[in-house]
Design a protein around this ligand. Structure first.
Ligand code: XIL
Length: 320
């Protein structure tokens, strides 16, 4: 057995991981990634982001993300597609043009239409809008918000709905929804506001980037997932990792704490019916984004840099 096969037995859809083409030449990595017992879903870690997929106006570059999609297809893994309207990793032509509401709305329409149609039914789900909120519950400043106000969110979902195959799940995705109460409430209000306008949203993705020892309790995580599920949408942990605060000095105790933090996250998903699955944001420390983004932090994944399964892996497996 493995994590994905145990997730299936627990009635869930998938256990998955982020991956990227720069990991593809590593045979040990591929060996684990392709194991249908361990993984049943992939998310391209970067290659579908705007700056990589449409770096110049009208110039779409699908090569890398096509490779991730075809790998998912050949392994029979679901593909969560990530992401369409996001303030980060934008190409300069998007962030530095002075748009009018009309021209920016049109730009979003063209981008979403082109990208979603390219992948068609290959995407089980799309993170249509990513990280639109601040921790205090206000809308994040971005070129999209500054020019269009919150309307850009509904617009993105409407365009996505029009062009995506009907079975594609359309998600709002964000981080710290698990830990920042005002942000969580704002996300709930956002979903309700879309629904009240007749804009269909299928899911809320909670990134679940946690820190060892600061992961919320299982009760709290269940309540968070359930709060969104009660709106009539699917929920998922979309980018789970649990970083050591100071990877150099992480003690044996911290390693055990990480194991119990991973179990808490997995258990919360199992206990909420509308939680469809869990995606880890890379499965090995070798390719984790954490050390590069948060200096000092690290060791966030289930496998070590040299592909040993950690206590967190075994704890999750035992729990399942
Ligand atoms: C990260 C990638 O892992 C890094 O490789 C990249 O440099 C920056 O983006 N929230 C998201 C993801 O939605 O797309 C981010 O991925 C991590 C935070």
């Amino acid at each position: 057995t493995g994590l994905h096969s145990l997730f299936l037995s627990a009635g869930k859809l998938y256990f998955g991981t982020a991956t990227e083409t720069n990991n593809f030449a590593d045979p040990t990595y591929q060996n684990i990634l392709s194991n249908p017992l361990e993984f049943g879903q992939l998310t391209p870690e970067n290659s579908q982001k705007w700056g990589l997929i449409q770096p110049q106006p009208g110039d779409f570059s699908f090569n890398a993300s096509d490779q991730v999609a075809s790998l998912a297809n050949s392994y029979n893994h679901l593909l969560r597609c990530h992401t369409l309207t996001w303030h980060s990793q934008l190409p300069p032509f998007v962030s530095s043009t002075s748009w009018t509401p009309d021209t920016l709305r049109q730009l979003i329409t063209t981008h979403i239409t082109s990208v979603i149609s390219h992948f068609g039914s290959a995407c089980y789900a799309w993170d249509v809008v990513n990280e639109a909120l601040n921790e205090n519950g206000t809308f994040r400043n971005s070129v999209f918000f500054n020019v269009l106000g919150e309307e850009y969110i509904a617009h993105s979902f409407e365009v996505a709905r029009e062009v995506a195959p009907p079975e594609t799940k359309l998600y709002y995705n964000d981080f710290n929804l698990e830990t920042a109460p005002e942000k969580q409430t704002a996300a709930v209000e956002l979903v309700k506001s879309l629904q009240s306008k007749g804009v269909k949203i299928d899911g809320v993705g909670l990134q679940a980037h946690f820190t060892v020892g600061q992961t919320p309790s299982v009760e709290s995580l269940i309540a968070t997932l359930q709060r969104f599920a009660d709106l009539g949408v699917d929920v998922a942990w979309t980018e789970l990792d649990v970083a050591q605060e100071d990877v150099e000095t992480a003690s044996e105790l911290a390693v055990e704490q990480q194991a119990s933090d991973y179990v808490v996250a997995v258990r919360a998903c199992l206990e909420v019916e509308r939680c469809v699955g869990v995606t880890v944001w890379q499965f090995t420390d070798r390719y984790s984004w954490v050390p590069g983004t948060f200096p000092g932090k690290g060791g966030a994944c289930l496998w070590t840099e040299d592909y040993q399964r950690k206590p967190a892996y075994w704890a999750v497996k035992r729990f399942l």
